[in-house]
Design a protein around this ligand. Structure first.
Ligand SMILES: CC(C)(COP(=O)(O)OP(=O)(O)OC[C@H]1O[C@@H](n2cnc3c(N)ncnc32)[C@H](O)[C@@H]1OP(=O)(O)O)[C@@H](O)C(=O)NCCC(=O)NCCS
Length: 316
């Protein structure tokens, strides 16, 4: 996480909002912002990757694949995974970015898991990293309160027991109304003086519409993965939800019948860091996790994209 904090009080000085509104509507108290002009998503992703490798005690040249989930790549190309590969010295790895907005980490994790399961790769680094402050309009009170910067990384390897990714359910439903998107900078609306003047390079969101879709989508898919695997709330050690809004997380936990102590929540400290929320939860809760714990990871994001992963924790 970047060190610099952007609090609700700070935002009160920037737009017409207040701490109470933000806390009660979203659960967010502060977010982190990467202030250095010469650093971006690849920097944060590399820092997270280096820490994961240190913790595992292996060197970067043992990595086979790097998947970086992000919607804020350093450049549209080359991929941020290429920057990370170079920065950490993963000389034997190939890598690519995966774009699925707030479901990016989930989709990257299932993709990396499939590579391990097939035997095509032995060590896969899955990174979720976003410098949301680079596409947030700090004059738009409906979006600027929500997002923050951050990165998290996990290292996937084959397990020698039954632990690992057991099942996943993932969905995409192309949203022609574009309730959550970045209008310009892609091939349809390349950068021009007009797109910049019209502030079209910032993320736009119809919050109410996305909220309704996200609440139903995340709760449904989480309940569905429990049912499909004959699990009930007692079997689940933790829900690891994407951190977009505390009310969406609560609705998902209620639907699953989970008590609040079984739900990872750190949205108060970091806001919505897009692809980084789930690995940041795993990082914050790592000390509490035990070998064999059943975890349900769930996310919903722009696209629309959403899904849930059922895994058993293999460490410790
Ligand atoms: C953005 C979000 C927090 C807004 O909460 P909401 O309860 O839906 O609020 P609304 O958008 O209906 O706005 C309610 C009122 O608060 C106002 N408002 C919006 N932002 C505000 C802010 N930062 N401070 C104070 N008031 C604000 C609105 O203008 C509106 O006023 P009005 O009723 O006079 O028109 C919520 O819609 C949300 O979390 N959406 C999904 C976000 C998300 O998950 N995005 C990523 C996908 S993973």
């Amino acid at each position: 996480m970047p060190k610099n904090k952007l609090t609700n009080d700070d935002l009160e000085q920037m737009v017409d909002t207040n701490d109470e509104w933000i806390r009660t509507r979203t659960g967010i108290k502060e977010r982190r912002i990467l202030e250095d002009d010469d650093k971006a998503t690849a920097f944060m992703g590399s820092e997270a990757a280096k820490e994961a490798l240190r913790e595992r005690g292996i060197s970067a040249d043992e990595i086979d694949v790097i998947i970086c989930a992000t919607v804020t790549p350093d450049y549209l190309f080359p991929a941020t995974a290429c920057m990370i590969q170079n920065e950490i010295g993963a000389s034997n790895a190939y890598g690519f970015d995966l774009s699925a907005a707030c479901s990016g980490f989930l989709f990257a994790l299932s993709t990396g898991g499939n590579m391990i399961e097939s035997g095509r790769a032995e060590k896969v680094l899955v990174i979720g990293a976003d410098k949301m402050s680079s596409i947030v309009d700090y004059t738009d009170r409906s979006t600027c309160i929500l997002f923050g910067d951050g990165a998290g990384a996990v290292l996937l390897e084959a397990s020698e027991d039954e632990t690992g990714i057991v099942d996943y359910i993932q969905h995409t439903e192309g949203d022609t109304n574009l309730a959550l998107y970045q209008p310009a900078g892609g091939s349809l609306n390349p950068a021009t003086e007009d797109t910049v003047a019209d502030r079209l390079h910032y993320a736009k969101q119809d919050g109410r519409t996305v909220f309704k879709k996200a609440t139903v989508g995340m709760a449904d898919v989480s309940a569905e993965i429990l049912e499909k695997n004959n699990l009930d709330a007692d079997d689940v050690a933790y829900l690891v939800p994407h951190q977009a809004n505390l009310r969406i997380i609560d609705a998902t936990a209620n639907r699953m019948g989970l008590d609040s102590e079984k739900v990872m929540v750190n949205i108060d400290k970091y806001g919505n860091t897009t692809a980084a929320t789930i690995p940041l939860c795993l990082y914050d809760w790592e000390d509490k996790l035990n070998h064999g714990d059943n975890l349900i990871l769930a996310a919903f994001g722009g696209g629309y994209t959403w899904g849930a992963i059922y895994l058993t924790w293999g460490m410790k």
